[in-house]
Design a protein around this ligand. Structure first.
Ligand code: SF4
Ligand code: FES
Length: 163
């Protein structure tokens, strides 16, 4: 269990990102990017609790466990960084969930269909809107394949809640 008291700093204003902090770890959550696939709460239910407020409780697991879970988030909804003075080994905080994540660009990306609807994009991809404006660049993108998302072209989990 993390011994630091976890605090919720609330939204950072501009982009609805929520910020959760201990002395060793800062976690960011952007609801607009969440596909509600549930990897976080299935992996670490004592930390990621969708039915409670605040829904992220960093004090309920070690920073290392939380980092490993955030790295598994299939979108950019969850990210982390180490605050100054963190006791976490920086080498384990360099995964896809790190706000500083950088990966060598690959020459091609993969788009994989899933049986439940979402399209998983693997590799550094850029998404443009109908006017040609770049709206997202990331290694972690889940696109809506069912047409029901309220945040198209990104999946927002609506495929699971509607028949
Ligand atoms: S997209 Fe990320 S934050 Fe949203 S439910 Fe899935 S694992 Fe959790
Ligand atoms: S595939 Fe998830 S909302 Fe459409």
């Amino acid at each position: 269990m993390g011994k630091d008291k976890a605090t919720t700093l609330g939204s950072d204003g501009a982009d609805n990102t929520r910020v959760y902090r201990t002395d060793d770890l800062i976690v960011y959550w952007d609801a607009r990017q969440c596909s509600h696939a549930g990897k976080c709460w299935r992996n670490l239910p004592q930390v990621f609790r969708p039915d409670e407020r605040p829904w992220v409780n960093l004090a309920s697991a070690t920073p290392e466990e939380i980092i490993a879970t955030v790295d598994k988030c299939p979108t950019d909804a969850l990210k982390y960084e180490l605050p100054e003075g963190s006791k976490v080994n920086p080498e384990i905080a360099q995964g896809m969930g790190s706000i500083n994540y950088k990966k060598l660009e690959t020459t091609s990306i993969k788009v994989k269909m899933t049986r439940s609807g979402p399209l998983r994009v693997e590799g550094l991809a850029q998404v443009f809107d109908a006017d040609g404006e770049l709206i997202k660049q990331s290694h972690r993108i889940i696109l809506c394949g069912c047409g029901k998302s309220g945040n198209r072209p990104f999946c927002d989990g609506s495929h699971a809640s509607q028949s």
